[in-house]
Design a protein around this ligand. Structure first.
Ligand SMILES: [Mg+2]
Length: 449
């Protein structure tokens, strides 16, 4: 029997659903049909059908189902959701709301999807207009969805999300204490932190994009990652993005490829900022059992915005540290720090970042935090060499205590949100969600992956 091909349809009208079902039967036995009657459930569930999707067909205006509570959303919601992904299959729009059909069409078109439309006019339009257009589209365009999901994908995603939660809370707490970092330790110890939500910054926004790509595709697809970075920025630009990143993401939105914007940053030198490192710990968690893969995927994630060797080195060092936090979760504290440094030094390319991690490795845990920050930097320059070695030192020596790790990362000042995002993401990869105080998880700003 031929492989199953799925037609994914957003449609709330029962008569139309009956007609769609009947005419799809004419396409052949291998075609199955999957309906959603509201936009939210389609956004929640449709990704599971990407692998077999032959065509997506969307209505726009939706009525609430009988007895259903809440707003059913619109076809434009689904269009925006799908356009965050690399193209999966052709799309056909079958709404009579002409204005919104153009908005939906633009979402898909600008994201590189094949999209066409058909007017639901006259009796029998599903047979006479929709079906011929479906035949034409599926004859010309096959499924383009590429995934490489490993057998243990679900458990990898679970530890990746734990790292992301740790990163996000660190980011938000670091931002909250950026102007009074000396108070963080006592307020954490006395459990007197402000009530939530604790709003995160660009570090978490970009980490969410990495997590979303890995969750969907199981590897860093750089085009998909660039698209997610820029689309999240477009929807919510006021998250404290750095100036150069804003320029790059704006250019990406205008159609300039990431290869060009990334290479052109800072007069063609590429960015050596800490932006590659600040978002990468969850990637280390996802690939934690394979350090060579961690290096390769971390490099790929950095290249989308940070191609300078120092920017890449900081990204690799952070991702390897997160992977080691997971690998060493059963080891003794002394062994943990030693082995984490060994792995990071072995895999981080020769660079200023690596030279300062060598210094960090020779700095014992008893040394005063202010002195460590002074020797290694604390992110004031927002570069990878000025940020990552200090964060790796904190993570290595606080690997089993998430709250203390964050307090240590924040209390000396500097680039507080990014330092705490890096440390929080690394440490949470090892301690998991159970190692993060429950009340902190509840204060975390909610977000969907
Ligand atoms: Mg930030």
């Amino acid at each position: 029997m031929a492989a199953v091909k799925t037609i994914l349809i957003l449609e709330d009208n029962e008569e139309r659903i009956t007609d769609f079902t009947r005419v799809v039967g004419e396409l052949g036995q291998e075609y199955e049909i999957k309906f959603w009657r509201d936009a939210h459930s389609m956004c929640r569930e449709c990704e599971a059908f990407f692998k077999t999707a032959a065509l997506v067909s969307l209505d726009h205006d939706l009525n609430p189902a009988a007895g259903a509570a809440g707003d059913p959303g619109t076809g434009l919601d689904v269009a925006k959701f799908l356009a965050d992904f690399i193209p999966v299959c052709p799309v056909l729009l079958h709404s009579s709301n002409t204005d919104r059909v153009y908005s939906m069409s633009n979402e898909f078109r600008f994201a590189g999807w094949t999209v066409d439309r058909v007017g639901p006019l006259g009796a029998g339009w599903i047979s006479t207009s929709w079906l011929p257009k479906v035949r034409e589209l599926i004859a010309q365009h096959s499924n383009t969805w590429k995934t490489e999901l490993p057998a243990d994908h679900a458990s990898r995603v679970e530890r990746m999300i734990a790292s992301l939660d740790g990163l996000s809370i660190g980011d938000a707490l670091g931002e909250m204490f950026a102007y009074r970092p000396e108070r963080v330790s006592s307020l954490i110890q006395q459990n007197e932190l402000h009530s939530g939500p604790w709003f995160h910054t660009d570090d978490t926004e970009m980490a969410i994009s990495i997590v979303a790509v890995l969750k969907s595709q199981g590897h860093i697809d750089q085009d998909a990652l660039s698209r997610r970075f820029s689309r999240r920025f477009e929807r919510d630009p006021e998250r404290g993005y750095g100036k150069m990143t804003r320029i790059q993401l704006r250019d990406n939105l205008a159609g300039v490829p990431w290869q060009v914007t990334s290479a052109n940053a800072f007069g063609g030198r590429g960015s050596m900022g800490n932006g590659g490192a600040m978002r990468v710990a969850p990637l280390g968690a996802y690939f934690a059992d394979d350090l060579n893969r961690v290096v390769k995927e971390a490099q790929a994630s950095s290249m989308v915005t940070h191609v300078h060797p120092e920017g890449i080195a900081g990204t690799v060092a952070t991702a390897v540290a997160a992977a080691m936090a997971w690998q060493l979760r059963e080891a003794s504290p002394a062994e943990r720090a030693k082995r984490l440094f060994e792995a990071v030094l072995q895999l981080t390319p020769e660079s200023e970042v690596r030279r300062k991690i060598l210094v960090a490795n020779q700095t014992p845990p008893e040394v005063d935090l202010e002195a460590v920050a002074k020797a290694l930097g604390r992110g004031d320059l927002v570069t990878a060499p000025d940020t990552v070695p200090f964060c790796v030192w904190i993570a290595a020596h606080y690997l089993d205590n998430y709250p203390d790790a964050l307090a240590a990362a924040i209390c000396v000042g500097g680039d507080c949100d990014t330092n705490a995002a890096i440390v929080g993401g690394i440490v949470a990869a090892g301690v998991g969600r159970d190692g993060i105080p429950q009340s902190w998880l509840e204060c975390k700003e909610p977000f969907l992956i």
